[in-house]
Design a protein around this ligand. Sequence first.
Ligand code: NI
Ligand code: MN
Length: 227
Amino acid sequence: MLTLTWHGHACFTIEAEGRRVIIDPFLTGNPAADIGLDKLPKIDAVLLSHGHGDHLGDTLAIAKRDRPTIISTFELASFCEAHGAVVHKMHLGGAREFPWGRVKLVPAFHGGAIDGDDAGRYPVTPCGLVVTMGGKTVYHTGDTSLTMEMRLLEGRIDVMLVPIGDNYTMGIEDAVRAVDFVKPQIAIPMHFNTWDVIKADPQEFRRQVGGRADVVVLQPGQSLKHS
Ligand code: NI
Ligand code: MN
């Protein structure tokens, strides 16, 4: 069993068996966040899809506060290491067992400059994250367009976290196709309504997904328990 909580935009915590990881911890400056960093409970690991500011977010502050392991692509993890974080470096296609669960990095089609890397020393390949905790597997697509690579995950995912906001990522039309590619049991929309430029109606996404998956529309601060 795992508990998945949305904190607005692309930020989720996943808890199982007393361990807690956070994905793309954008709380400070996130107009959609339900909590600030001060209310975030202790974190065992930070998982990053890419280095844009709305994903890297509070990573370095959490690194300083809780000393979690920061897990991402080699280059982005190296950037965090250079800023004093404890890191584990991985890359696309690679999986790894950690004391709290398993992570696999998968392709995402997006840009890659790291917020705060003003010299451009750490170019990054964005990724998606496949995270197994408490016996369930969650796929956080990261910021991505629709890709054929998603088909490789068909039948392997319990919960898919999928952007619907358009403009920077998939919009509803392609997000529905992505759900069709992956065939998760549950799909949760993300990366929408944070700003006007990514305004989208999650109920319209639910209607278009139809019988392909159970769409769970969370509000920031709400959780899904899945067993
Ligand atoms: Ni991005
Ligand atoms: Mn983004």
